[in-house]
Design a protein around this ligand. Structure first.
Ligand code: TRP
Length: 362
């Protein structure tokens, strides 16, 4: 069995640093390492609709933005299959069959879904489609026989459910689906990047994001006003690096190389942290360094984005071609699923013959 990598993004707006460090950066590395049979990256618009049913226009407007984020970050349609979830009807089919193999209470236990229900005030009125999205996500993953799913920590419960469903399906119907593995970012702080305001998560609804498409000035504005250590008032006060967003970002993004290039007074982040803790190091200097670190990878992305923006119809074309390719795999798996489930009535000659026999001997 070969290695199949798959991930998706909900197209509800432009991608930000949290997406980049939690998943996108890894995808590009995996893609370029070439150690896989197939790599799929898709717009999870069906999933996005489960809590945006009344606002499809938001998704419609986001498709090109997210595709530009992907392409400018380095996803390459020659190497990765980029596609749109809602154009793969086989996903809906497989979801329907998987739903029979899991209980309502099992889905209710999912901590990510629980948090989302609270955040969206769905408590009294959970849309059924939203409730079922973890099962639909299991279909996303299994339809393509994915072995490797590079995502952030919050997706762990989805992967767990998927693995359970695979075991259950294969047990009941025969070995067709493949158990996937989650691939978390190696860098601990990258698993859940806080917002620029220091809040637990970078999130569009909280307005605390740095977007991959932000220009230089915007990035600096946002970095300059970032949350640091409220107790670090005077330069000589000792500072805290824990819970200090600037240092969390440096943990996630900076390398020793960056110190050599932009701040040779320190060899590495540990030395910088020590100085900050001792006191005598101002926030603004740290922010300037962070700004350099961020711009170093954002600037080449801006340039590539600018090039891709010159031919928008080609962006749709890339997604359309990728979707056609993805459907080939989807159709193949669904035909295996139907025959394992014994619902492949039309292309099972043995079934037809046995029925002929049955009625002949009546
Ligand atoms: N739930 C993911 C998110 O919110 C998006 C997603 C949908 C996904 N289907 C997937 C991720 C399959 C990985 C694999 O970001």
């Amino acid at each position: 069995m070969g290695k199949v990598i798959l991930t998706g993004d909900r197209p509800t707006g432009k991608l930000h640093l949290g997406h980049y460090v939690g998943s996108l950066r890894r995808r590009v590395e995996l893609q370029n390492a070439g150690d896989y049979d197939k790599m799929f990256v898709f717009m999870a618009d069906v999933q996005a609709l489960t809590d945006n049913a009344e606002n499809p226009e938001k998704l419609r407007q986001s498709i090109v933005n997210v595709a530009l984020d992907w392409l400018s970050a380095g996803l390459d349609p020659e190497k990765s299959i980029l596609f749109i979830q809602s154009y793969i009807p086989e996903l809906a089919e497989l979801t329907t069959y998987l739903m029979n193999l899991v209980s309502v209470s099992r889905v209710q236990r999912n901590p990510t879904v629980k948090t989302e229900i609270k955040m969206r005030n769905f408590e009294a009125n959970i849309p059924l489609g939203f409730f079922c999205y973890p099962v639909s996500q299991a279909a996303d993953i299994t339809l393509f026989k994915s072995t490797t799913v590079p995502v952030g920590e919050d997706q762990e419960p989805m992967l767990e459910l998927t693995r359970e469903l695979v075991r259950r399906f294969n047990n009941v119907y025969g070995e067709v689906l493949v158990e996937p593995n989650i691939m978390l970012p190696e860098n601990q702080t990258a698993r859940r990047l806080p917002g620029t305001d220091g809040k637990e998560k970078m999130s569009k609804s909280l307005g605390n994001c740095i977007f991959l498409s932000d220009d230089k000035d915007t990035v600096w504005q946002k970095v300059r006003s970032m949350y640091t250590d409220p107790a670090h008032v005077n330069l000589n006060d000792p500072g805290h690096v824990e819970g200090n967003a600037v240092f969390t970002y440096l943990d996630a993004f900076s390398t020793d190389e960056d110190f050599k290039n932009f701040w040779p007074e320190y060899q590495n982040l540990d030395e910088l942290k020590d100085h900050y803790r001792r006191g005598g190091l101002g926030d603004m200097k740290c922010k300037k360094f962070l700004n350099e670190v961020l711009n170093q990878f954002l600037e080449p992305m801006r340039q590539r984005r600018h090039e891709f923006e010159q031919d928008i119809p080609e962006i749709y074309n890339i997604l359309k071609k990728g979707t056609e390719k993805a459907r080939e795999t989807a159709a193949q798996t669904m035909s295996e699923v139907r025959s394992a489930m014994r619902i492949n009535y039309f292309d099972d000659q043995a079934l037809i013959e046995s029925q002929v026999e049955l009625f002949r001997n009546k």
